[in-house]
Design a protein around this ligand. Structure first.
Ligand code: 5BU
Length: 459
């Protein structure tokens, strides 16, 4: 099989599509290469495995691997041709601490060559490489069938990886054009997109959200990214701590149903504090039911949350109807969707998180941002990159030191959170259980603002 035949055949089976497609990175692309069906065409599969095996014949490696699913059968054939054992990383998220992420037999210290069908941002390949490295294997080489990126080799080189690709995007476009399968207009649209891919040009949402704006402004005027989570069970402690910390916070987060002695006065006092100390109020209610029920939970009961909380948290697990149920006919209120929780073993996987961002973007008028937790700035940065422009990222599970609590709450440092792109840090016990909540709140605020300020200056 020649490269030209391979490309024409891919086109013929519909593996090359044009339109608007959302990529894993959240970017929208005018074309989409979906090589999955290739595995059902034996001549295509063996043809491409032969071409790749030839291409890597001088590479130095002990094991061959493919990123599931599409590249896995390709890697299997290459293992046969090259006589190098096959190993791979399981696709399902690893259940914590139990299963080995690597499938297959291997010796630590040996080198793995990783194969993938496509490369755009390099994220999947790097993630796979990191997982192998965590298990004591070495990875320096990637081999891909199609490189649709904008000079990804340079970026990967900086991180210590070499990449060989069989066919580049320009070559594909040339072949398709020469064979009358694609127009010049389509080609320039695609080239335009690829040239901008590294700039991450996501369009600014044009939906106005007064509360998102208000919070952003307050962060700047109050010079604080600190959201205090005042999780105490009585009014006295609540206001004692608030007296000491209010001047340092941009927003107060409540769990109103924790209070033993809640009464209507509590709310009027809270509102006075909010006015006096210039902070917003955020009830972490985590609504999760059908629209009709949450509407009642939001406005009724004894708490009447709608009357006093600028923001509430919402689980998108119930589908977008929950947002309509909460906010239809409601003004000047907004929400944060839970995109990635801070508790260990939570079930929010990558796909779930991505879908939450999609819903949130669609309802930007009533969704101000997302609750996201990451265990490192890199993890958080990846989430941040996927957040629609204009919306905010709030991070719980923050302390001055890393660690976990008895029920699996995970803590990352203020620095990691802010460098990872958090707009606000949510801190509870780090402050309320401190010997001196006032000085501690000041410290959190100072540390977070220092990083945020620099970022704002340089942007
Ligand atoms: P902590 O004391 O700093 O661990 O409190 C964190 C607060 O943030 C607490 O009120 C939680 O209910 C809340 N939280 C969280 O910790 N993790 C999450 O993913 C979400 C909320 Br959503």
């Amino acid at each position: 099989m020649t490269k030209e035949l391979f490309i024409l055949k891919l086109h013929e089976i519909g593996a090359v599509k044009f339109g608007e497609f959302t990529l894993k990175s959240g970017l929208k692309s005018p074309f989409y290469f979906d090589l999955r069906d290739m595995i059902s065409y034996p001549e295509l599969l063996t043809g491409i495995a032969g071409l790749l095996a030839e291409d890597i014949k001088n590479s130095d490696f002990d094991y061959v691997s493919g990123v599931p699913y599409t590249a896995l059968p390709v890697a299997t054939l290459i293992s046969d041709i090259t006589n190098k054992p096959l190993i791979y990383i399981r696709k399902e998220e690893k259940a914590y601490g139990t299963k080995n992420p690597v499938i297959g037999k291997f010796e630590k210290g040996k080198k793995v060559l990783i194969i993938d069908d496509l490369i755009t941002t390099g994220e999947s390949l790097i993630e796979t490489a990191e997982k192998f490295k965590n298990e004591g294997l070495k990875v320096t080489d990637f081999s891909v069938i199609i490189d649709r990126s904008n000079n990804i080799a340079k970026k990967l080189e900086k991180q210590g990886y070499n990449i060989r690709s069989l066919i580049g995007l320009n070559e594909i476009l040339k072949i398709l054009k020469a064979n009358g399968k694609i127009s010049s207009g389509q080609i320039s649209e695609i080239k335009n997109f690829v040239n901008n891919i590294n700039k991450k040009e996501k369009k600014e949402s044009n939906i106005e959200n007064r509360l998102t704006k208000l919070l952003k402004e307050k962060i700047k005027t109050k010079k604080s990214n600190l959201v205090l989570s005042l999780d105490v069970d009585n009014r006295k402690d609540f206001f004692d701590i608030l007296d000491k910390t209010a001047k340092h916070i941009v927003m107060l987060k409540t769990h109103i149903d924790i209070l033993n002695d809640f009464n209507a006065e509590f709310i009027s006092k809270l509102k006075k504090y909010a006015k006096k100390y210039d902070f917003l109020i955020f009830e972490d209610r985590k609504f999760a039911d059908i629209g009709n029920t949450v509407r009642k939970q939001y406005s009724g009961g004894i708490y009447k949350i709608k009357d006093w909380a600028h923001f509430v948290t919402v689980h998108a697990v119930a589908g977008e109807g929950i947002l309509r149920g909460l906010f239809n006919d409601v003004e000047n209120r907004s929400s944060f969707l839970l995109a990635k929780m801070s508790s260990k073993g939570n079930l929010m996987n990558e796909t779930y998180t991505r879908k939450v961002f999609e819903i949130g973007e669609k309802y930007a008028g009533i969704v101000s941002g997302y609750i996201c937790h990451g265990n490192s700035k890199e993890e958080l940065q990846k989430l941040k990159n996927k957040i629609p422009n204009g919306q905010l990222m709030l991070m719980p599970g923050v302390k001055l030191q890393t660690g976990t609590d008895a029920t699996g709450q995970q803590y990352t440092t203020v620095e990691e959170a802010m460098q990872g792109g958090a707009d606000c840090i949510i801190v509870g016990r780090g402050i309320i259980e401190a010997e001196n909540p006032e000085a501690t709140a000041k410290e959190y605020r100072k540390r977070a603002w220092k990083i945020y300020e620099k970022k704002v200056e340089s942007s």
